[in-house]
Design a protein around this ligand. Structure first.
Ligand code: PEP
Ligand code: MG
Length: 591
């Protein structure tokens, strides 16, 4: 099965089909008073499930009315007194937690159904089961998934994986990930690459053709999943896995040398992180700072809003660990693929164009205030900078700056010290910001280009949609022209410019990006740094400029992509021709 390779490497192991996983419910004994609270908690979970079902139904209606009618079954079951009343009775009678009481109700129902030989009613049994799993999920809290149940090395196979699922993953046991949904820049890929786990997204029909326990191979180099391999195939991929490991080891040999072209032009290579845990491994890959801290994952990992103090402590740790290198902390970029229960943006028809990024922060100023205060307090412990996401006008920058000023004044009143000169930058990831870059630059200390979103919005291609993944073309001329204009404008005003989207960490693009203009930093998933550095150290800037000029004269994305691919493959055969026989050729050449 072919998909989109989003994290390199080869994994061989047992499949773990996430969608078929269930919760393990434990019985807790409670007293009379607690029983009342448990009943209230259960009712709340029912209400929440009803809202979710209504939302699913709304979406289903857009596909076909018939599907929406099928979903009515769920709503009817939720209004069914038997399911609700029996569970409440169980809580009171057995004095137990709601989860266990609900499971008892379900089991009783299932027993009844098992004696009935009617296809229609058997279908109802599945509906009920699914519904109970959803209520359980709401009772337990959205951050607890069945992923932590994994106790042995597995390859996770699932339709889709939410950012909170990904966070809860027992990392030491997950050897590979494959999903049906998701495109080239989905967060699954970003996470997997950060952890060094091979991953593939966008494989249709995946979950129906794999069963938990099947032996599978995930080839994150060529984007293939192989099921039930023969011993010959297995041997081939074991070799490929080993070769890739050796290649990665070789890349690390000169990791602490600077990223400087043969003719002496330096670019700083920084890391993108999603959690403070990652910071410890950054130096190993040669990161010279954090160019993008995606803080939204701090919010997605819990069901309550993190407090100013939690945020401060988290940021302080990262700043201290990286000091004296820079740490760019991006304010909350919730929305689109990163939804959060407490933020009021889950009811949108078009979330990519909705209340996301800075828009959400400006609509909930307290969110931004708490976060900014945490960042300001941490600024004493390193070279900390603030970055606003999803900016589309100078007005938003001015409004956000006002909140930062107010936060500074509050801290001063409380006599809490911070770096008064803290730099503030913005992400350039909307066409509006790219086109009005001259005005934006006047309001900021630096800019960071978010190519993931910039490409999506420029090309009108949803970055998460696997059906149009082939149209998500980073080497589209409109993207390259925009990048050139943004980088050039920053250079003209003397403001620093970084690229922090996936393109910045794609070695295939490195030479071209350098050729587009004077880049100060490239920020990427840390494991990409060694390869990008290797390329920078092997090229001359005038060659890169020539390459960029050649490319900018071409018109079709396919022509540009094939030109770049050929050019890079010729220049760096070891790095781009990841044909497994390559290592053998190399070995025999050495001999
Ligand atoms: C981007 O859009 O390129 C980016 C770096 O931000 P995110 O992927 O978190 O949207
Ligand atoms: Mg973005």
């Amino acid at each position: 099965m072919k998909g989109i390779a989003v994290s390199k490497g080869v994994a061989i192991g047992k499949a773990y089909l996430l969608d078929s996983a269930r919760f393990c419910i434990i019985r807790h004994q409670i007293d009379e008073l607690e029983a009342e609270k448990e009943v209230a908690r259960f009712r709340k979970a029912i209400e929440k499930t009803k809202l979710q079902m209504a939302e699913i139904k709304k979406r289903a209606k857009k596909i076909a009315a018939k599907y929406a009618v099928i979903l009515d079954t769920y709503s009817l079951l939720l209004d069914d007194d038997i399911l609700v009343n029996d569970t409440i009775e169980n809580i009171k009678k057995y004095k137990t937690n709601a989860e266990w009481a609900l499971t008892q109700t379900l089991n009783n129902f299932l027993k009844l159904f098992s004696n009935i030989n009617d296809e229609y009613l058997k279908g109802k049994k599945d509906d009920l089961d699914l519904l109970v799993q959803t209520i359980l999920k709401n009772l337990i809290g959205h951050s607890q998934e069945s992923l932590p149940d994994i106790q042995e090395p597995v390859i996770v196979v699932t339709h889709s994986l939410s950012p909170s699922d990904t966070i809860m993953m027992p990392k030491k046991f997950v050897k590979g990930m494959v999903t049906e949904a998701g495109g080239k820049t989905s967060h699954v890929g970003i996470f997997a690459a950060a952890l060094g786990i091979p991953a593939i997204t966008g494989i249709k029909g995946l979950t129906s053709s794999i069963v938990s326990g099947d032996q599978i191979i995930v080839d994150g180099i060529d984007g293939e999943v192989i099921t039930s391999p023969t011993s010959e195939t297995l041997q081939h991929y074991t070799k490929k896995q080993e070769n890739y490991r050796k290649y990665e080891e070789r890349l690390l040999v000169d990791i602490h040398q600077s990223a400087e072209t043969l003719d002496g032009h330096q670019v700083k290579l920084l890391a993108n992180i999603e959690s403070k845990q990652e910071v410890k491994t950054l130096r190993k890959f040669g990161a010279e700072g954090v160019g993008l801290y995606r803080t939204e994952f701090l919010y997605l990992a819990t069901s309550t809003l993190p407090k100013e103090r939690d945020l401060y402590e988290n940021f302080k740790l990262v700043a201290q660990e990286m000091n004296p290198n820079p740490v760019v902390i991006r304010t909350l970029d919730i929305g689109m693929d990163k939804q959060f229960d407490n933020a009021r943006n889950s009811d949108e028809d078009n979330p990519a164009l909705g209340l996301r990024g800075i828009r959400l922060s400006l609509a909930n100023p307290q969110l931004l205030t708490d976060q900014v205060k945490g960042i300001l307090r941490a600024s004493l412990y390193g070279d900390v900078k603030i970055l606003y996401p999803m900016i589309s006008s100078v007005t938003e920058i001015i409004q956000a700056n006002k909140i930062v000023e107010d936060a500074k004044n509050d801290l001063k009143k409380e006599r809490i010290p911070f770096n008064e000169e803290i730099e503030i930058g913005v992400m350039i990831e909307t066409p509006a910001a790219a086109i009005c870059i001259d005005h934006i630059l006047k309001e900021v200390d630096f800019i960071s280009i978010g190519t993931n979103d910039l490409i999506q919005y420029l090309l009108a291609v949803d970055r998460m949609n696997e059906n149009i993944a082939h149209l998500y073309q980073p080497f589209h001329l409109s993207v390259l022209r925009s990048l050139k204009n943004i980088i050039q404008s920053a250079e003209d005003t003397g403001k620093k410019v970084s690229i922090c989207g996936e393109l910045g960490g794609d070695p295939m693009a490195t030479m071209l990006l350098l050729g587009l203009g004077k880049l100060d930093n490239l920020s990427m998933e840390s494991r990409s740094i060694p390869k990008v550095k290797k390329i920078i150290r092997a090229i001359r800037l005038d060659e890169a400029r020539q390459l960029a000029n050649d490319v900018l004269a071409m018109s079709s994305p396919e022509e540009i992509t094939s030109f770049i691919t050929n050019e890079m493959r010729t220049r760096f055969p070891e790095d781009f021709d990841r044909d497994p026989s390559f290592e053998e050729k190399l070995d025999s050449a050495r001999k």
